[in-house]
Write a protein that binds this ligand. Structure first.
Ligand code: ASP
Length: 318
């Protein structure tokens, strides 16, 4: 399924799922599901030509299909999430990996996180500049360190020790993002706030595997013209990413400062787990309710252990 939300908000995501267990499946088998997003924000209509939209949809389709195929073959939700996100990180169309937004100092500082709902294991990295796939590094942190979140140079040293591909910071650069930085600086120098269009394209995925295991992951370049080592919600477990088999898996995208303060991803899962809400009610309440009231823009994809999916997003204009 592909849906394109209007009203100034561009939301691109794809969902795939397979049906209920059949007699041919093992006792452990059950429906699988995957949902991905390519960010949310305000894109002017004239900037999204049909050709540009087709390119985005094709890349999203490639990512969701790859993740879905893995799930159908019995892979874990973790592998499906990482695979889908890596495809989007490698594409210049999204604000993650190649195509990441610029910092004020004309660098790229990448954030990513992931979490597994069965064990509540999690891994995350913040402000990395030379790691080809931040989501792959987040998985290394989770599986091969005793920590959850590594930042900056230390995270890069860990990536080297794990043999992950390193690339120069310029490899993430694209002319479009440079223009966005220049626009953002001009706006800031004129005393105006940033345009939400300048950070569109964070990527994320949530998946449910045949064993009933949920996972969630998010990867981003953050906000255009960020300074002073700013870190958003995307690498923060609870704010931008959360997964718990007792409730749901969530990947967020939006204005990180709000998502951190409202602990958005974990909050949605807590409403499901302790408040007995279904994920649609819980996700809507947070995104369209308290977040919007506070002025926080963005949205989430959320998936529960039964394969139900919710995808509420908001914009200032909605
Ligand atoms: N949440 C990201 C951040 O604040 C940006 C985004 O999702 O658009 O860094």
């Amino acid at each position: 399924m592909y849906r394109h939300c209007k009203l100034g908000l561009v939301l691109l995501f794809l969902v795939a799922s397979v049906g209920a267990p059949s007699a041919l499946h093992s006792a452990e088998s059950q429906a699988t599901a995957i949902a991905i997003h390519g960010g949310a924000g305000t894109i002017r209509r004239e900037n999204l030509t049909p050709e540009a939209e087709a390119r985005l949809v094709a890349k999203l389709t490639e990512a969701v299909t790859a993740g879905h195929k893995l799930l159908l073959n019995g892979a874990s939700s973790l592998d499906a999430v990482v695979t889908a996100i890596q495809i989007l990180e490698a594409s210049p169309l999204f604000n993650a990996g190649v195509g990441a937004v610029y910092t004020w100092d004309e660098k790229h500082e990448l954030d990513a996180s992931l979490m597994v709902g069965h064990t509540l294991q999690a891994g995350a990295v913040a402000g990395v500049r030379t790691v080809q796939s931040p989501i792959a590094l987040a998985r290394e942190v989770m599986l091969h360190s005793s920590h959850v979140l590594l930042a900056g140079r230390g995270a890069e040293a860990f990536a080297v020790s794990r043999g992950l591909p390193q690339i120069s910071n310029e490899t993430f650069s694209t002319p479009t993002r440079l223009q966005q930085l220049q626009r953002a600086k001009a706006r800031e120098n004129a005393g105006l706030s940033h345009s939400l269009a300048d950070r569109v394209g964070t990527v994320g995925a949530v998946a449910l595997d045949r064993h009933g295991g949920l996972a969630a992951g998010t990867s981003t370049g953050g906000m255009t013209a960020k300074r002073w080592g700013r870190v958003g919600d995307s690498p923060l477990i609870g704010a931008g990413t959360y997964a718990d088999n007792r409730s749901c898996a969530v990947s967020a995208t939006g204005h990180g400062e709000y998502f951190i303060r409202y602990n958005v991803a974990a909050n949605i899962c807590a409403r499901v787990r302790f408040g007995g809400e279904d994920i649609t009610t819980a996700a809507q309440a947070v995104i369209q309710g308290e977040l919007l009231e506070a002025g926080g823009t963005g949205g989430v994809i959320a998936l529960d252990p039964a394969g139900n999916i919710a995808m509420p997003f908001n914009t200032p204009g909605m």
